[in-house]
Design a protein around this ligand. Structure first.
Ligand SMILES: Nc1ncnc2c1ncn2[C@@H]1O[C@H](COP(=O)(O)OP(=O)(O)OP(=O)(O)O)[C@@H](O)[C@H]1O
Length: 325
Protein backbone atom coordinates (compact mmCIF):
# COMPACT_ATOMS: atom_id res chain seq x y z
CA UNK A 1 0.00 0.00 0.00
CA UNK A 2 1.10 3.55 -0.77
CA UNK A 3 0.66 5.79 2.23
CA UNK A 4 0.83 9.58 2.13
CA UNK A 5 0.82 11.12 5.56
CA UNK A 6 0.39 14.85 6.31
CA UNK A 7 2.40 15.88 3.24
CA UNK A 8 2.89 19.59 2.54
CA UNK A 9 4.98 21.23 -0.15
CA UNK A 10 5.87 24.76 -1.29
CA UNK A 11 7.89 26.19 -4.18
CA UNK A 12 10.13 28.97 -2.79
CA UNK A 13 7.91 29.43 0.27
CA UNK A 14 4.72 29.56 -1.82
CA UNK A 15 2.50 26.74 -0.51
CA UNK A 16 1.22 24.42 -3.25
CA UNK A 17 0.03 21.39 -1.25
CA UNK A 18 -0.99 21.25 2.38
CA UNK A 19 -1.53 18.37 4.74
CA UNK A 20 -2.37 15.69 2.17
CA UNK A 21 -3.37 12.36 3.61
CA UNK A 22 -4.38 9.26 1.67
CA UNK A 23 -3.59 5.66 0.86
CA UNK A 24 -3.65 3.77 -2.43
CA UNK A 25 -3.92 -0.01 -2.41
CA UNK A 26 -1.94 -2.47 -4.51
CA UNK A 27 -3.41 -2.69 -8.01
CA UNK A 28 -5.72 0.21 -7.29
CA UNK A 29 -6.22 2.97 -9.84
CA UNK A 30 -6.64 6.44 -8.40
CA UNK A 31 -7.18 9.67 -10.34
CA UNK A 32 -6.08 13.12 -9.21
CA UNK A 33 -8.30 15.81 -10.69
CA UNK A 34 -8.37 19.56 -10.41
CA UNK A 35 -7.99 22.76 -12.37
CA UNK A 36 -4.73 23.66 -14.08
CA UNK A 37 -2.08 24.73 -11.58
CA UNK A 38 -3.72 23.08 -8.55
CA UNK A 39 -0.67 20.90 -7.94
CA UNK A 40 -1.37 17.56 -9.65
CA UNK A 41 2.08 17.25 -11.27
CA UNK A 42 3.74 18.44 -8.07
CA UNK A 43 2.02 15.70 -6.11
CA UNK A 44 3.16 13.02 -8.60
CA UNK A 45 6.73 14.33 -8.43
CA UNK A 46 6.67 14.14 -4.63
CA UNK A 47 5.40 10.55 -4.75
CA UNK A 48 8.10 9.61 -7.26
CA UNK A 49 10.75 11.15 -5.02
CA UNK A 50 11.75 14.02 -7.30
CA UNK A 51 10.59 16.76 -4.91
CA UNK A 52 11.20 16.90 -1.20
CA UNK A 53 8.06 17.61 0.86
CA UNK A 54 8.35 20.29 3.57
CA UNK A 55 6.53 18.05 6.01
CA UNK A 56 4.99 14.61 6.22
CA UNK A 57 6.04 11.17 5.10
CA UNK A 58 5.45 8.74 2.24
CA UNK A 59 5.76 4.97 2.33
CA UNK A 60 5.28 2.08 -0.09
CA UNK A 61 4.76 -1.30 1.57
CA UNK A 62 5.75 0.35 4.86
CA UNK A 63 9.16 1.38 3.48
CA UNK A 64 9.90 5.12 3.28
CA UNK A 65 9.93 6.82 -0.12
CA UNK A 66 12.92 9.11 0.12
CA UNK A 67 12.99 12.51 -1.53
CA UNK A 68 15.99 14.11 -3.28
CA UNK A 69 17.46 15.28 0.06
CA UNK A 70 18.13 11.63 0.91
CA UNK A 71 18.60 9.93 -2.47
CA UNK A 72 21.68 10.47 -4.61
CA UNK A 73 19.66 9.66 -7.73
CA UNK A 74 16.12 10.91 -7.17
CA UNK A 75 13.24 8.58 -8.06
CA UNK A 76 12.46 5.17 -6.56
CA UNK A 77 13.20 2.17 -8.82
CA UNK A 78 9.82 0.45 -8.30
CA UNK A 79 7.91 3.63 -9.21
CA UNK A 80 7.77 4.98 -12.74
CA UNK A 81 6.64 8.46 -13.61
CA UNK A 82 5.40 9.33 -17.07
CA UNK A 83 5.91 13.07 -17.10
CA UNK A 84 4.51 15.62 -19.52
CA UNK A 85 7.91 15.80 -21.26
CA UNK A 86 8.74 12.37 -22.48
CA UNK A 87 12.51 12.11 -21.93
CA UNK A 88 13.20 9.80 -24.90
CA UNK A 89 16.42 9.08 -26.81
CA UNK A 90 15.73 11.02 -30.03
CA UNK A 91 18.29 9.38 -32.35
CA UNK A 92 17.36 5.80 -31.48
CA UNK A 93 14.48 3.82 -32.99
CA UNK A 94 11.08 3.43 -31.36
CA UNK A 95 11.78 -0.29 -30.73
CA UNK A 96 15.17 0.35 -29.15
CA UNK A 97 13.79 3.08 -26.94
CA UNK A 98 11.44 0.45 -25.52
CA UNK A 99 13.62 -2.70 -25.49
CA UNK A 100 16.49 -0.91 -23.77
CA UNK A 101 14.48 -0.97 -20.57
CA UNK A 102 13.39 -4.59 -20.66
CA UNK A 103 15.16 -6.73 -18.08
CA UNK A 104 15.23 -9.77 -20.39
CA UNK A 105 18.44 -11.56 -21.46
CA UNK A 106 17.34 -13.93 -24.22
CA UNK A 107 16.99 -12.25 -27.63
CA UNK A 108 13.80 -14.12 -28.53
CA UNK A 109 12.13 -13.14 -25.27
CA UNK A 110 13.34 -9.56 -25.75
CA UNK A 111 11.77 -9.40 -29.24
CA UNK A 112 8.53 -10.91 -27.97
CA UNK A 113 8.18 -8.44 -25.08
CA UNK A 114 9.13 -5.48 -27.31
CA UNK A 115 6.53 -6.58 -29.85
CA UNK A 116 3.91 -6.95 -27.12
CA UNK A 117 4.56 -3.41 -25.91
CA UNK A 118 4.63 -2.01 -29.46
CA UNK A 119 1.23 -3.58 -30.01
CA UNK A 120 -0.05 -2.23 -26.73
CA UNK A 121 0.79 1.34 -27.78
CA UNK A 122 -0.18 0.70 -31.42
CA UNK A 123 3.27 1.50 -32.87
CA UNK A 124 4.24 -1.76 -34.60
CA UNK A 125 4.57 0.02 -37.95
CA UNK A 126 6.93 2.60 -36.45
CA UNK A 127 9.28 0.20 -34.65
CA UNK A 128 12.31 0.94 -36.83
CA UNK A 129 11.80 4.70 -37.12
CA UNK A 130 13.98 7.04 -35.07
CA UNK A 131 12.07 8.76 -32.29
CA UNK A 132 12.90 12.28 -33.50
CA UNK A 133 11.01 11.44 -36.73
CA UNK A 134 7.69 10.51 -35.08
CA UNK A 135 4.89 12.87 -33.96
CA UNK A 136 4.31 14.23 -30.44
CA UNK A 137 1.44 11.81 -29.84
CA UNK A 138 3.56 8.87 -31.02
CA UNK A 139 6.40 9.96 -28.73
CA UNK A 140 3.99 10.00 -25.82
CA UNK A 141 3.09 6.39 -26.63
CA UNK A 142 6.76 5.37 -26.88
CA UNK A 143 7.36 6.98 -23.48
CA UNK A 144 4.49 4.98 -22.04
CA UNK A 145 5.79 1.70 -23.48
CA UNK A 146 9.20 2.51 -21.99
CA UNK A 147 7.85 2.89 -18.48
CA UNK A 148 5.78 -0.29 -18.84
CA UNK A 149 8.91 -2.16 -20.00
CA UNK A 150 10.41 -1.43 -16.60
CA UNK A 151 7.59 -3.34 -14.88
CA UNK A 152 6.89 -0.81 -12.16
CA UNK A 153 4.89 -1.63 -9.06
CA UNK A 154 3.53 1.90 -9.04
CA UNK A 155 2.89 3.91 -12.19
CA UNK A 156 2.36 7.67 -12.08
CA UNK A 157 0.77 9.11 -15.21
CA UNK A 158 0.71 12.86 -15.78
CA UNK A 159 -1.91 13.78 -18.40
CA UNK A 160 -1.00 10.55 -20.25
CA UNK A 161 -3.28 11.08 -23.25
CA UNK A 162 -2.85 14.81 -23.78
CA UNK A 163 -1.02 14.42 -27.12
CA UNK A 164 -2.98 11.46 -28.44
CA UNK A 165 -5.69 11.99 -31.06
CA UNK A 166 -9.31 11.23 -30.22
CA UNK A 167 -9.38 8.62 -32.97
CA UNK A 168 -6.88 6.46 -31.06
CA UNK A 169 -7.44 7.68 -27.51
CA UNK A 170 -10.53 5.67 -26.55
CA UNK A 171 -9.15 2.32 -27.56
CA UNK A 172 -5.77 3.13 -26.14
CA UNK A 173 -7.14 4.15 -22.72
CA UNK A 174 -9.14 0.92 -22.49
CA UNK A 175 -6.10 -1.24 -23.41
CA UNK A 176 -3.76 0.53 -21.04
CA UNK A 177 -5.97 0.43 -17.96
CA UNK A 178 -6.90 -3.19 -18.60
CA UNK A 179 -3.18 -4.03 -18.91
CA UNK A 180 -2.43 -2.32 -15.58
CA UNK A 181 -5.33 -4.01 -13.77
CA UNK A 182 -4.34 -7.44 -15.06
CA UNK A 183 -0.81 -6.99 -13.75
CA UNK A 184 -1.97 -5.40 -10.49
CA UNK A 185 0.10 -2.29 -11.14
CA UNK A 186 -0.92 0.51 -8.81
CA UNK A 187 -1.68 3.55 -10.90
CA UNK A 188 -2.18 7.23 -10.12
CA UNK A 189 -3.33 9.35 -13.06
CA UNK A 190 -3.35 13.14 -12.99
CA UNK A 191 -5.84 14.50 -15.47
CA UNK A 192 -8.40 17.19 -16.04
CA UNK A 193 -10.23 15.13 -18.65
CA UNK A 194 -13.09 13.22 -17.07
CA UNK A 195 -13.02 10.70 -19.91
CA UNK A 196 -9.60 9.58 -18.66
CA UNK A 197 -11.08 9.15 -15.21
CA UNK A 198 -14.77 8.27 -15.02
CA UNK A 199 -14.67 4.88 -16.78
CA UNK A 200 -11.35 3.75 -15.30
CA UNK A 201 -10.38 5.12 -11.89
CA UNK A 202 -11.52 3.16 -8.82
CA UNK A 203 -11.29 6.30 -6.73
CA UNK A 204 -10.75 9.98 -7.44
CA UNK A 205 -9.18 12.73 -5.34
CA UNK A 206 -10.02 16.34 -6.16
CA UNK A 207 -7.38 19.01 -5.48
CA UNK A 208 -8.22 22.66 -4.88
CA UNK A 209 -6.58 25.46 -2.89
CA UNK A 210 -3.68 23.19 -1.89
CA UNK A 211 -5.89 20.51 -0.36
CA UNK A 212 -7.88 17.42 -1.26
CA UNK A 213 -11.41 18.82 -1.16
CA UNK A 214 -13.24 15.66 -2.22
CA UNK A 215 -12.37 11.99 -2.52
CA UNK A 216 -14.24 8.75 -2.99
CA UNK A 217 -15.24 6.10 -5.49
CA UNK A 218 -15.22 7.90 -8.85
CA UNK A 219 -18.81 7.15 -9.80
CA UNK A 220 -20.05 8.30 -6.40
CA UNK A 221 -18.19 11.62 -6.71
CA UNK A 222 -19.74 12.10 -10.13
CA UNK A 223 -23.26 11.20 -9.01
CA UNK A 224 -23.14 13.23 -5.80
CA UNK A 225 -20.62 16.05 -6.37
CA UNK A 226 -20.22 18.08 -3.20
CA UNK A 227 -20.08 21.37 -5.11
CA UNK A 228 -19.97 22.97 -8.55
CA UNK A 229 -16.15 22.71 -8.75
CA UNK A 230 -16.26 18.92 -8.42
CA UNK A 231 -19.24 18.59 -10.78
CA UNK A 232 -17.60 20.75 -13.47
CA UNK A 233 -14.61 18.38 -13.55
CA UNK A 234 -17.05 15.73 -14.77
CA UNK A 235 -18.97 17.77 -17.33
CA UNK A 236 -21.13 20.81 -17.97
CA UNK A 237 -22.95 21.47 -14.71
CA UNK A 238 -25.26 24.06 -13.12
CA UNK A 239 -25.92 25.11 -9.56
CA UNK A 240 -29.57 26.01 -9.31
CA UNK A 241 -31.68 27.38 -6.44
CA UNK A 242 -34.13 24.67 -5.49
CA UNK A 243 -37.10 27.11 -5.55
CA UNK A 244 -36.60 27.49 -9.33
CA UNK A 245 -36.85 23.73 -9.72
CA UNK A 246 -39.83 23.30 -7.40
CA UNK A 247 -41.76 26.54 -6.89
CA UNK A 248 -43.33 25.23 -3.65
CA UNK A 249 -39.92 24.43 -2.12
CA UNK A 250 -39.49 26.48 0.99
CA UNK A 251 -35.70 26.56 1.07
CA UNK A 252 -32.81 28.60 -0.27
CA UNK A 253 -30.68 25.53 -1.00
CA UNK A 254 -29.09 24.99 -4.35
CA UNK A 255 -28.63 21.74 -6.21
CA UNK A 256 -26.17 20.60 -8.85
CA UNK A 257 -27.70 19.54 -12.16
CA UNK A 258 -25.63 18.31 -15.11
CA UNK A 259 -26.65 19.66 -18.51
CA UNK A 260 -27.67 16.19 -19.69
CA UNK A 261 -30.03 15.72 -16.73
CA UNK A 262 -32.57 18.24 -18.04
CA UNK A 263 -35.41 17.15 -20.29
CA UNK A 264 -36.71 19.79 -22.68
CA UNK A 265 -40.47 20.20 -22.95
CA UNK A 266 -42.62 22.64 -24.90
CA UNK A 267 -45.37 22.62 -22.25
CA UNK A 268 -44.33 22.67 -18.60
CA UNK A 269 -41.34 22.87 -16.31
CA UNK A 270 -38.75 25.56 -15.55
CA UNK A 271 -39.27 28.34 -18.14
CA UNK A 272 -36.05 29.37 -19.91
CA UNK A 273 -35.32 31.69 -22.80
CA UNK A 274 -32.90 30.27 -25.36
CA UNK A 275 -29.73 32.38 -25.69
CA UNK A 276 -27.25 30.23 -27.62
CA UNK A 277 -26.77 26.75 -29.15
CA UNK A 278 -23.43 24.92 -29.24
CA UNK A 279 -23.15 21.89 -31.55
CA UNK A 280 -21.68 18.91 -29.70
CA UNK A 281 -22.12 16.24 -32.35
CA UNK A 282 -24.50 13.86 -30.58
CA UNK A 283 -26.55 16.80 -29.23
CA UNK A 284 -26.60 20.58 -28.74
CA UNK A 285 -25.55 22.31 -25.55
CA UNK A 286 -27.96 25.19 -25.05
CA UNK A 287 -27.44 28.29 -22.94
CA UNK A 288 -30.72 29.53 -21.46
CA UNK A 289 -31.89 32.15 -18.99
CA UNK A 290 -34.46 31.71 -16.24
CA UNK A 291 -34.70 35.27 -14.91
CA UNK A 292 -31.09 36.14 -14.04
CA UNK A 293 -30.09 32.46 -13.67
CA UNK A 294 -28.02 31.07 -16.54
CA UNK A 295 -28.74 27.40 -17.23
CA UNK A 296 -26.85 25.06 -19.58
CA UNK A 297 -28.81 22.07 -20.83
CA UNK A 298 -28.66 19.49 -23.60
CA UNK A 299 -31.12 19.33 -26.45
CA UNK A 300 -31.40 16.79 -29.26
CA UNK A 301 -32.08 19.58 -31.71
CA UNK A 302 -31.02 23.16 -32.20
CA UNK A 303 -33.47 25.53 -30.44
CA UNK A 304 -34.76 28.81 -31.82
CA UNK A 305 -32.99 31.80 -30.28
CA UNK A 306 -35.14 33.85 -27.86
CA UNK A 307 -37.85 31.17 -27.86
CA UNK A 308 -39.18 29.89 -24.53
CA UNK A 309 -38.82 26.21 -23.61
CA UNK A 310 -39.38 24.34 -20.36
CA UNK A 311 -36.92 22.17 -18.49
CA UNK A 312 -37.61 19.19 -16.26
CA UNK A 313 -35.41 17.23 -13.90
CA UNK A 314 -36.33 13.79 -12.62
CA UNK A 315 -37.40 13.51 -9.00
CA UNK A 316 -34.73 10.87 -8.53
CA UNK A 317 -32.00 13.35 -9.51
CA UNK A 318 -33.42 16.06 -7.25
CA UNK A 319 -33.59 13.70 -4.29
CA UNK A 320 -30.10 12.37 -4.94
CA UNK A 321 -28.62 15.87 -4.95
CA UNK A 322 -30.65 17.08 -1.96
CA UNK A 323 -29.43 14.22 0.18
CA UNK A 324 -26.56 15.19 2.46
CA UNK A 325 -23.27 13.55 1.56
N1 LIG B 1 9.40 24.60 -10.58
C1 LIG B 1 8.47 25.42 -10.11
N2 LIG B 1 8.82 26.56 -9.46
C2 LIG B 1 7.89 27.40 -8.95
N3 LIG B 1 6.56 27.20 -9.06
C3 LIG B 1 6.15 26.10 -9.71
C4 LIG B 1 7.08 25.15 -10.27
N4 LIG B 1 6.38 24.15 -10.86
C5 LIG B 1 5.08 24.46 -10.69
N5 LIG B 1 4.93 25.62 -10.00
C6 LIG B 1 3.65 26.23 -9.59
O1 LIG B 1 3.03 25.36 -8.67
C7 LIG B 1 1.62 25.26 -8.90
C8 LIG B 1 1.24 23.81 -9.17
O2 LIG B 1 1.81 23.40 -10.42
P1 LIG B 1 1.55 21.96 -11.04
O3 LIG B 1 2.34 21.87 -12.29
O4 LIG B 1 1.78 20.93 -9.98
O5 LIG B 1 -0.03 22.04 -11.35
P2 LIG B 1 -0.95 21.05 -12.23
O6 LIG B 1 -2.22 20.88 -11.46
O7 LIG B 1 -0.19 19.82 -12.57
O8 LIG B 1 -1.20 21.93 -13.52
P3 LIG B 1 -1.50 21.45 -15.06
O9 LIG B 1 -2.83 20.72 -15.02
O10 LIG B 1 -1.60 22.76 -15.80
O11 LIG B 1 -0.36 20.58 -15.49
C9 LIG B 1 1.33 26.21 -10.05
O12 LIG B 1 0.91 27.45 -9.50
C10 LIG B 1 2.67 26.36 -10.75
O13 LIG B 1 2.77 27.62 -11.38
Amino acid sequence: MLQIDAVSFSYHKKPVLQDLQFTVGRGEHVAIMGESGCGKSTLLKIIYGLLQPDNGSLTWKDQPILGPDFNLVPGESYIKYLSQDFDLMPFVTVAENISQFLSVFYPEELDKRTQELLEMVDLVDYAQIKVNKVSGGQQQRVALARVLAQEPEVLLLDEPFSHIDTFRKNNFRRNLFEYLKKREITCITASHDFEDVLPFADRTFVLKDQRIVAKGPTLELYRKPKDLYVATLFGEANQIPIDIVKSYANTKRKIIVYAHEFRVSSKSGIPVTVVKNYAKGSHFLVEGLCGPQKIYFNSDEVLKLESEVFLNISLETINLRLREN
